[in-house]
Design a protein around this ligand. Structure first.
Ligand SMILES: [Zn+2]
Ligand SMILES: [Zn+2]
Length: 287
């Protein structure tokens, strides 16, 4: 398979720099979310919201296979975060890390036996070389969480599916070097959308729905530190947002407060992004 130039270039990085932590957004949008993290000898998925076949194909573009995964971290039970679980976790017997309410909701939906490893929301735990901090997010699921993943080469925050950014959320991801942040919709495009009933629009706009571009920009302003190097804009609605719109709103916001050191990238729903390699402390940082 011929790799896109950006991916081929990024894959070549380990031969030039001795780095051992990489993050690849395999896909992100309202239709499905899945990211791959490789930290030293630990290989994880964060959510499995694409089909099992798609996850396998997209891992293949970076030379990886689901069989080598050590586990899957799940933020919450909505379909766009778990639809690949049966094909991957059940078939390959991979550990699935989530809290109890999410486990119950997944079990009711999928009716398949999975190797669940439960954590309490707010607790931290380890999976191989990765320490996972968990924290509660305001979203209309049973017990949705965000993550801050500590690796030997930096900290990666996951903040998708939240209606508003609470003080707690901001504090928990402030240490991130890389942040995956939801920019779900443009408020005007959502209001003008003729395909969605009013009740769904209300749900999306509510304090337990999804972040608009403006709300995400405000959250990014509060989170940004000198340590934040890379910001992924994620979970864009296909109908009610545009990548260039999300990018413009967040870039302008960060530029206004002088945070021009952050590289901003919009995650795509249908193709994997280029792997982001994080340097170990003391080595040149790529991200
Ligand atoms: Zn979602
Ligand atoms: Zn959700």
């Amino acid at each position: 398979m011929r790799l896109p130039n950006s991916i081929a270039k990024a894959l070549a990085a380990p031969t030039l720099f001795p780095v051992s932590v990489q993050l690849t957004i395999l896909g992100s949008g309202s239709s499905g979310n899945c990211a791959y993290l490789e930290a030293d000898d630990t290989r994880l998925l964060i959510d499995a919201g694409l089909s099992g076949r798609q996850i396998r194909q997209r891992l293949l573009t970076i030379g990886r296979a689901p069989e080598s995964l050590n586990g899957i971290l799940i933020t919450h039970e909505h379909t766009d975060h778990i639809q690949g679980l049966t094909a991957l976790a059940a078939r390959l017997n991979l550990p699935v890390y989530c809290n109890r309410l999410t486990q119950e909701a997944i079990a009711a939906q999928l009716q398949t036996r999975l190797d669940f490893r439960l954590f309490s929301t707010g607790a931290s735990f380890e999976v191989g070389a990765v320490t996972v901090d968990t924290f509660s997010l305001p979203h209309d699921a049973c017990d949705p969480v965000g993550f801050l993943l500590h690796t030997s080469a930096g900290r990666i925050g996951f903040l998708t599916d939240l209606g508003h950014a609470t003080k707690l959320v901001i504090e928990r991801v402030r240490a991130a070097n890389v942040l995956v942040l939801e920019t779900n919709h443009d408020v005007k495009l959502l209001q003008d959308d003729t395909r969605r009933p009013w009740s769904i629009k209300q749900r999306i706009l509510s304090r337990h729905g999804h972040l608009s571009n403006e709300a995400a920009a405000l959250a990014a302003e509060q989170i940004v530190s000198a340590e934040l190097r890379h910001l992924y804009l994620a979970h864009l609605s296909a109908d009610c947002n545009r990548p260039e719109l999300a990018q413009r709103v967040v870039s302008q916001s960060l530029a206004q407060i002088g945070a021009t050191h952050v590289r901003i990238e919009t995650a795509a729903p249908d193709v994997p992004g280029a792997p982001l390699w994080l340097a170990q402390p003391g080595l040149a940082r790529l991200c």
